[in-house]
Write a new protein. Structure first.
Length: 250
């Protein structure tokens, strides 16, 4: 049975208020862009703009973003009034051929209905030698998440159905002609004391479980928090692929 679609129009305010960049993901993207001389960067599924804003603040790159939710982009424009962002889906990127040196998406690929179309579009708008990075959750990442899996265990079954495996994503990249396909993992441990994001369901997986399961998870969190901050764990897997051809921008 397919998972229900997440209504990001309704979630935009909660995402803007509660979601933050993952330092490891940010560092890996910026390091690759800097060391490889990548200048033009596109975020697919930019949402309310956390990553786009942080990368733009460095001042070394030109950035653009697409997202299918107008409400998400409204939140982004409140933070970045001059941002080059467009309402669009991953399967139909509204930019000319060879427009970007680096394309990235963070926790988006499981929402893309036609991944083959997305990968073809990414290759089309990348410069020769440009990079595509998909930031996602491997099955191990999903199992180890704290508190999303540890305190809301009912989410795991849904998440396993939603997320494509990294092996599947690797096969799709290679099939589209991407080269140098590699994986790397990042994780962040941090003390969690503010439960409002989980209470307000600022994570799409919490919308996949019923109210009783959500209430049980919140009770677990609140009971543990009485003993002190919760040791949270955020994990991601980055899957990199390089477009064939010369150096980026050539």
């Amino acid at each position: 049975m397919p998972e229900p679609a997440t209504n990001y129009q309704a979630l935009a305010q909660e995402y803007a208020r509660h979601r933050r960049i993952h330092p490891g993901v940010f560092e890996r993207i910026v390091t690759r862009a800097t060391t490889s001389g990548l200048k033009a960067i596109l975020e697919v599924g930019c949402g309310s703009g956390n990553y786009l804003e942080a990368i733009a603040a460095i001042g070394a790159f030109s950035v653009a973003g697409i997202d299918p939710s107008s409400a998400m982009l409204d939140r982004l424009r409140e933070r970045m009034p001059a941002a080059e962002v467009v309402i669009a889906s991953a399967e139909s990127i509204p930019f000319p051929d060879r427009s970007f040196d680096l394309i990235y998406s963070v926790d988006v690929i499981h929402h893309v209905k036609d991944r083959d179309a997305f990968v073809r579009e990414a290759r089309r708008v990348l410069n020769p030698g440009g990079w595509l990075v998909t930031v996602t959750d491997s099955e191990e990442d999903l199992e180890r998440r704290v508190p999303l899996t540890s305190h809301f265990p009912e989410t795991l079954e849904h998440e396993r159905r939603r997320y494509p495996s990294t092996g599947t994503l690797r096969t799709e990249l290679l099939g589209a002609g991407f080269m140098n396909v590699t994986e790397e993992q990042v994780q962040l441990s941090y003390p969690l004391s503010d439960l409002s994001g989980f209470r307000e369901k600022a994570y799409s997986s919490l919308h996949l479980i019923d109210d009783a399961a959500h209430a049980r998870g919140m009770a677990r969190l609140e009971a543990e928090l009485e003993r002190g901050p919760i040791e949270a764990l955020s994990l991601y897997t980055l899957l990199w692929g390089r477009a064939p051809g010369g150096e980026p921008g050539s």
